[in-house]
Design a protein around this ligand. Structure first.
Ligand SMILES: Cc1cc2nc3c(=O)[nH]c(=O)nc-3n(C[C@H](O)[C@H](O)[C@H](O)COP(=O)(O)OP(=O)(O)OC[C@H]3O[C@@H](n4cnc5c(N)ncnc54)[C@H](O)[C@@H]3O)c2cc1C
Length: 390
């Protein structure tokens, strides 16, 4: 089924309107699809908390996840171009490269993605990151890595691009249940959802196609897909412009310099469920890591502090492609790399929806990823049985 054919036949519901929901909705709408996006709360999306690094090499990704991430990284310039064209707003894409510093040569050699980086000796490290602590004797530069200003620019640009492409937004609605019917062969098909509005009304919405993009909250709708929240706290400081030109990916903290001199410092990684708020311990730990990495940065004035919840699966890899119900596509569990993976997730999701009843797109590049990131890799036996049903 082509995108045009699909759009004439049925609307796609995008469940959740954080980074993935917006990226998927935009990708579909830009190719002629009819899309309705439902989200509970705009500001609780991790997309508004992310540092925005697009840094698969500094993040030491491996296997299929590295391949997916490298593909997404290559797609980002064109993807950003499309969003900026549709929205008229910048996304803050900066192919600034990432520096990973080490305290010994042995550490550098053991770094999983070392082969993709350019070795830096102490003098090179100082040239790349003026003022870096003398504890760091060498490093790796990954010039291919970059960053997007997800918090201040990308999310707003995606929202505007979606609106201009005709995506319908339903705000402050919680999707409560996915509803299905079984066909003669025992296969379960999505037939609709129920949603609760902010004034407590419970409403039914029929649909044959939906994309699950509920981030850290996804398990509430699909309990057999183990997505849990990992809280991340951050803060920002205002540096002189160009004081830092590369992302600095240190052992206890990373620094992400925006073009206007704002430097985002992150991030804690806490298994505390959805406990809200900043903590003195989390913030102090980040400040100490900053001091140990780049002592001069402690003199830069503090700006903002915030936190968000990363959607993390048991193997810390995303869940993509056809879901437990026919008609339901998964786009969740992106954990620390959702900004990096948004471009390829939007593309992959559109390919799956375009493949229609066949279930899997006939695109050679997509097939290995759909296998690696399938929803039922965690507990194949439980298959369709625990989708919440009215
Ligand atoms: C501190 C921090 C730093 C990060 N840094 C980076 C980084 O440098 N690089 C990178 O690539 N990634 C980074 N990430 C990860 C990235 O932000 C996430 O992977 C990504 O935002 C996940 O997108 P999502 O759409 O799945 O979830 P979210 O952006 O969290 O959006 C989920 C949305 O779904 C809505 N929702 C949930 N349940 C329902 C429901 N039942 N009904 C309706 N709506 C619902 C929520 O209200 C929310 O708006 C970071 C994350 C954090 C928290």
């Amino acid at each position: 089924m082509t995108a045009l054919h699909r759009s004439q036949q049925q609307q796609v519901l995008v469940l959740g309107g954080g980074l993935m929901g917006l990226a998927v909705a935009h990708g579909l709408a830009r190719h002629g699809g009819s899309v309705r996006l439902l989200r509970r709360a705009r500001r609780d999306a991790a997309g508004f908390a992310a540092a925005g690094m697009a840094a698969p090499h500094a993040e030491s990704l491996g296997g299929s996840l590295l391949a997916l991430a490298q593909r997404s990284l290559r797609m980002i310039p064109a993807w950003v171009g499309a969003i900026e064209e549709d929205s008229g707003l910048p996304c803050g894409w900066l192919p600034c490269g990432t520096v990973v510093p080490f305290t010994s040569e042995a550490q550098r050699q053991a770094f999983p993605t070392a082969a993709a980086g350019r070795p830096l000796e102490r003098a090179d490290l100082e040239a790349e990151v003026p003022g870096i602590s003398p504890a760091f004797t060498c490093g790796l530069l990954f010039p291919q890595d970059g960053q997007l200003d997800s918090r201040r620019q990308l999310m707003a640009a995606l929202e505007q691009a979606c609106r201009r492409r005709g995506v319908l937004f339903e705000e402050e609605v919680t999707v409560e249940r996915l509803c299905w019917e079984e066909d003669g062969s025992g296969r379960k098909h999505l037939v609709g959802i129920t949603r609760r509005t902010s004034d407590g009304k419970r409403l039914w919405l029929p649909c044959g196609q939906a994309v699950l993009c509920c981030g850290a909250w996804s398990h509430k709708l699909i309990p057999q897909v183990p997505v849990a929240p990992i809280k991340g706290q951050m803060f920002s400081v205002q540096a002189p412009r160009q004081a830092l030109r590369r992302v600095l990916f240190g052992p206890g903290a990373y620094l992400v310099p925006r073009q206007d001199g704002l430097v985002v410092v992150g991030a804690t990684s806490e298994q505390v469920g959805f406990t809200p708020g900043l903590t003195p311990m989390g913030q102090t730990r980040l400040e100490r890591s900053l001091r140990e990495l780049l002592p001069a940065a402690t003199r830069w004035p503090p700006m903002e502090r915030w936190y968000g919840f990363r959607p993390c699966t048991r193997d810390q890899q995303p869940v993509l492609g056809p879901g437990p119900l026919a008609g339901l596509v998964m786009a969740t569990g992106h954990h620390r790399n959702g900004v990096l993976l948004a471009a390829v997730t939007a593309e992959l999701t559109r390919a799956v929806l375009d493949s229609g009843a066949a279930g899997l797109p006939n695109i050679p590049w997509a097939t290995p990823f759909l296998h690696a990131f399938r929803w039922n890799r965690f507990s194949p036996a439980s298959a369709q049985d625990s989708v919440r049903q009215d």
